[in-house]
Write a protein that binds this ligand. Structure first.
Ligand code: GLU
Length: 304
């Protein structure tokens, strides 16, 4: 199958269509992004790489980072993690507070903001320098030492972070945050601020398509069972309250972020990163969703 040709055709098609949606302007810094940026990078488990558009330009990966924080916590405390955070799709928006009361402070899954805050708390409890360890982990899986936190994005998010502050304090009131909420929020805002290109992101996530092993260094990041579980959570919870729709139309495990990035994994085949900053009403990249739907349809490569 000619991956490059298929990518070129779909990219051309989606680029010509109306670019609907809005930027994530609730974070002031994210409203300064050029809304027409559009990049794709696909890396295969047999070491081939295909790209088009703004695939080498770094963007704010936002919630896509929650895959990495979850994996770090999973490596640190194993299955105990599931006592603190569930694995059910929430069916509510990424920053919703409403389920936390009935669920007694146990977030539905690690990818909504409440769940990611609990994961940050686990990292703080188990690491002496969680920020440094986080960057080191990303460097290991991506074989790239150039990835850093964006101070500008951190400050921008902190300046409007009322909802996340509320979530963190609310969970603390149920006893499911061990550390000082300010410390937890600081780590959360920092990890969300990481910027990566489609190339960096697809290569960093390739181990999820490769049975838990990095392609470049053959380092085992997760065992096979853990890898399947992370992919399963991405499949069911990766797109906020549009996770069912993504499964239905695209049929791959994936994760989106409000910076307009999406990562999707085809186990044993490839990892693909897509970036287009305009978001649909559910907070997922409008063009990214469209591109991936057309791609898996054309390549007949959904996992189902
Ligand atoms: N840092 C963003 C927030 O907390 C992440 C949102 C997202 O990408 O889902 O609002």
């Amino acid at each position: 199958m000619n991956y490059q040709q298929i990518i070129n055709e779909i990219y051309g098609h989606v680029s010509k269509e109306n670019n609907s949606g809005t930027l994530a302007n609730y974070i002031p810094e994210l409203s300064n992004i050029d809304a027409e940026k559009f990049g794709i990078y696909l890396a295969t488990t047999d070491s081939r790489e295909f790209q088009i558009g703004n695939s080498l330009e770094q963007f704010s990966i936002q919630s896509v980072v929650k895959i990495f924080s979850l994996i770090m916590a999973y490596r640190l405390i194993g299955n105990e993690i599931w006592d603190r955070v569930g694995v059910e799709p929430s069916g509510t928006s990424f920053n919703s507070l409403i389920q936390l009361e009935s669920d007694k402070g146990i977030p539905r899954n690690p990818f909504i903001n409440s769940g990611a805050l609990v994961i940050c708390d686990i990292l703080i409890s188990n690491l002496t320098n969680p920020k440094q360890a986080f960057l080191k982990f990303i460097n290991t899986i991506s074989n790239d030492t150039g990835i850093i936190f964006s101070e500008k994005i951190v400050l921008s998010e902190k300046s409007v972070g009322y909802r996340n502050i509320a979530l963190c304090n609310y969970i603390k009131s149920y006893g499911n945050i061990e550390n000082n909420p300010d410390e937890v929020l600081d780590l959360y805002f920092n990890i969300c601020s990481i910027e990566m290109s489609c190339k960096e992101l697809s290569k960093a996530c390739l181990f999820l398509a490769n049975n838990g092993k990095t392609l470049s260094t053959q380092e085992k990041i997760l065992n096979s069972s853990q890898t399947k579980r992370i992919n399963a959570i991405m499949q069911t919870c990766g797109f906020y309250d549009e996770s069912g729709e993504f499964s239905f139309k695209v049929g791959l495990p994936g994760k989106s972020g409000v910076g307009g990035g999406i990562i999707a994994i085809h186990p044993n085949k490839y990892s693909i990163a897509v970036w287009s900053p305009k978001l649909n009403a559910k907070g997922n990249s409008y063009r990214g969703m469209k591109f991936l739907e057309l791609l898996t349809t054309r390549m007949q490569s959904s996992i189902f």
